[in-house]
Structure formats: C-alpha cells, structure tokens
Design a protein around this ligand. Structure first.
Ligand code: CAA
Length: 411
C-alpha cells in the first residue's frame, strides 16, 4: 500500500486589529449591504505597519512545530505575494526563528494566490519520496488595494502554516491533481507599484470561467469525482466568490444546448457543495482576503464548523491565482482530524482582537516603515503574537521573541 502524505498540522495567525465592514461602508457612503451581502464580508483584518509577512508567518508556524520536528524538517517554503525583499526569501527569517536544523532548504514561491498550492504540492512530492522527513509550508500575505479603492472591501491579512508529513493526522493529499495556466491580466503588480492593478469585473469572470474549465476536465479525468467527493473548497478573495462560481457553473449546465455529460449528477453535486459552503467561509468573512492562504483558511473553517464531516470523507480543493494559474486537487480526512487542530487558540485570537475606528484604520494604513539608512527599534507591544519585528538596521530586519512567551509548540 502507498504511504499517505498530507497535512499533519495546520494553524493560522491574524493581526490583532480589524475593521467593521458596516462602519467602513458608512464612511465610504456605500450601502453596508453591498459589503456584508453583495461581497460577503463582516470584518477585515488590518496590520499595524510594524507587522509584516514574516511576523505573521512565524506566529502562525510556532505553535505547530515541536522540538523533534526541528531536526526532521528538510524544507521551509513560504508562499507570498507581499514580499518586502526581491531577493532574500522570507522563509530564511522563519527558519531562524523556529530554530529549524541548519541543513534544511528555505525558499519563497510566487504566483499570486496560487503560490500556497505550488508550495504544498512541492512539499507533498518531496515527502512522498522521503516519508521520514517533513516540510513546513507557510502562506503569508497582506492584501491591500488602497483606501477608498473598489478593492478596499476585499483586503485582509494573515498567514497559514502547514506541516507536511507521511501518515498525516488531518488531510491525506492524493497524488493526481489537475493544474491550469492561462496568460491573462486580471490582477498583477509591477514592481514599481505599491498596490496591485486589478480589472475587478474581469477578475471575477475569469475566476468563474477557470473554475468551470477545470471542473469539466476533472470530470473527464476522474470518472468517480461527481459521486465520491463530499465538499468543494474554493480560493476565497471574498466570501461571495465561491458562491458566484457555483452559480455560474450551474447556469452553464442548465442552459447549454450542447450535450454535457452527467449533467444531473453534476447539478446534484453543486447542491451538496452549497450546503457545506457556509461552514468554509466563517473565518474568511471575519478576516478578508489573505491571498495565498485563503483556500487553507477555508479548510480550517470547514473542519471547525462542519460537524457532519467524518474520517474518510473526500474533499476537492480549487486553488486560483490571478495571472492566471489554478489547480484542483483532492484530499481525504483522516481519523481524529478535528483533535489535531488548535481551535481554542484560534478562538482566543479572535477574542483578543481590537476593533479600529475608521480614522485609526486610515491613519495606520498610511504609515509605513522609514526607508532611510540607520537604526529603527520597535517595541513588542503591537503584537499579540510571540514574535515581533524588533529592529531595522541599515535595511536589515531583525525579529525577536517576547521574553514572557519563550515556550515551545502547543503540540
Ligand atoms: N445590497 C446587496 N448587494 C449589493 C448592493 C446592496 N446594496 N450593492 C451592490 N451589491 C452587490 C452587487 O450586485 C454585486 O453582486 P454580484 O457580483 O453577485 O452581482 C456585489 O455586491 C459587488 O458589487 P459590484 O460588482 O458593483 O462591486 P465593485 O464594482 O465595487 O467590485 C470587486 C467588486 C470586483 C470584487 C472589487 O472589490 C475588486 O476588484 N476586488 C479585488 C479583485 C478580486 O478580489 N477579484 C476576485 C477574483 S481574482 C482572485 O480571486 C485573486 C485574488 O485573490 C485577488
């Protein structure tokens, strides 16, 4: 029998501040229902300017890495589209902070929101060949479109850490997946731009069309797909997006004059997907878009809120990155998957968050780290997490662990 490989541990970290979407809508003179119903967001995580992708990533990973893991982890892979450095990988800071053994590989992967899946697949393939070794994958992003921009309501920030091992405790990933590439300009960020360029309407249409094209291919290549998979998870730039993709696919199936194979079976599967969908969007609704990690945030949300799921259930995951690259891959829930997730710590993170007024949010948004030479020191008070950005010395960033928190993993 083949060794199962997949997600053994998973955890996320969000900044300790958020904005209420109804208040944001009022400040922008927009009907709040557009944000809460039309886009499907209630709260939006916001970073302090001293919180960067590295502090988010370390704080996501620290609770799931044990002392023993540090010697067996062969790779630290960070997926991000919010890098502050064009050369040095964010994973190197992570490698040091987590005290991973020196003989490990550390690198960063980019392809918009799809990058987390590229990292996960690289990790799974590596461990399949070396079942005694482990790989740490961390997605980390700060999504920003600009104050009062049309994308403002779809911002967010956060990191998801996943430990990939053989005989995983949570989700075994299947060997076969189906990827998709299509050169398009729906969302991209030239290196001279602070904010991404986005063709909003086109981006949602492209997402829908990509999903449809992939699903039809999945049906062709995997004849048991429409019967065997209980849940379809989506990349969630905002929580309405997956629902739009299901609706678009349903319309295609219902309206097409061409004969589409297995239409009734497919429509039944869409009904089932919609039932599970609500559970998968709970966290995203209160955090926003975390780009590379949003699909995985959906997975954690599903496993927390969907009590109907059990060991052996099969999940299909749709990963999408603008530009565009997508992939549909598949997993099977493992015995005891719920106990392997730190739900109490996640709950406590939400409880400790502070709501920002819109004035505070705007002030924070416009602040940035000085880019001049010299030394800037920061205090740890801005972070609820254990690690913080302590110093920038001639453009070199240094991170520190709070003294009161110098403990090991929660696992
Ligand atoms: N009550 C209820 N609903 C309302 C409403 C009201 N008063 N007013 C408007 N709405 C609804 C609209 O009918 C619309 O719903 P449908 O899409 O179902 O028709 C929804 O609210 C949004 O309204 P608009 O389309 O008018 O909103 P907008 O023009 O301001 O733009 C957006 C929305 C395109 C998502 C924009 O926020 C944006 O550009 N976001 C960034 C890009 C993005 O997230 N794209 C997603 C696909 S790309 C991707 O997935 C990669 C990634 O992570 C970026």
């Amino acid at each position: 029998m083949k060794t199962k490989v997949g997600i053994d541990r998973i955890h996320f970290y969000i900044p300790p501040q958020y904005v209420d979407m109804e208040e944001l809508a009022q400040a922008r003179k927009i009907d709040p229902a557009k944000f809460t119903i039309g886009i499907g967001q209630s709260q939006m995580a916001v970073t302090d300017y001293k919180q960067d992708i590295v502090t988010l990533a370390i704080n996501a990973a620290l609770p799931i890495i044990s002392k023993e893991d540090r010697d067996i982890i062969d790779q630290v892979i960070v997926a991000t589209e919010s890098s502050f450095d064009y050369s040095k990988a964010a994973s190197i800071y992570l490698h040091e902070a987590l005290k991973i053994n020196r003989f490990a590989r550390s690198y960063e992967i980019k392809e918009a929101c799809y990058a987390g899946t590229a990292a996960l697949q690289a990790a799974v393939d590596y461990v399949r060949l070396r079942p005694k070794r482990k790989v740490l994958v961390v997605t980390t992003d700060i999504a920003r479109y600009g104050l009062a921009s049309s994308g403002e309501a779809t911002q967010g920030a956060g990191a998801v850490a996943m430990l990939i091992t053989a005989d995983p405790a949570i989700l075994a990933i299947e060997e076969e997946s189906i990827a998709y590439t299509d050169n398009q300009f729906d969302f991209w960020r030239p290196q001279y731009d602070t904010y991404p360029r986005v063709d909003g309407k086109f981006s949602t249409d492209l997402y829908n069309q990509t999903f449809l094209n992939l699903m039809e291919e999945v049906g062709e290549r995997k004849p048991d797909f429409w019967d065997a998979y209980q849940v379809q998870l989506f990349h969630l730039p905002f929580t309405k997006m997956g629902r739009k993709a299901i609706k678009n696919y349903r319309q295609y199936l219902s309206n097409s004059t061409d004969k589409i194979s297995d239409t009734d079976q497919k429509l039944k599967a869409l009904d089932l997907w919609e039932k599970h969908y609500e559970h998968a969007i709970e966290y995203s609704r209160n955090i926003g878009n975390i780009y590379t990690g949003s699909l995985y945030l959906g997975l954690i949300s599903l496993l927390n809120y969907d009590q109907s799921l059990k060991e052996g259930d099969k999940i299909s995951l749709f990963s999408y990155g603008s530009g565009a690259v997508a992939e549909c891959f598949f997993g099977e829930l493992q015995d005891g998957f719920r106990e392997a997730i730190l739900f109490k710590e996640i709950e406590s993170m939400f409880q400790k968050r502070r709501k920002l007024s819109i004035e505070e949010y705007e002030e924070l948004y416009l602040k940035s780290i000085e880019t001049s030479d010299g030394i800037i020191e920061f205090d740890p008070s801005v972070h609820e997490g254990e690690f913080y950005l302590a110093k920038i010395d001639n453009h070199r960033r240094y991170y520190k662990q709070k003294i009161s928190h110098q403990n090991d993993s929660k696992m």
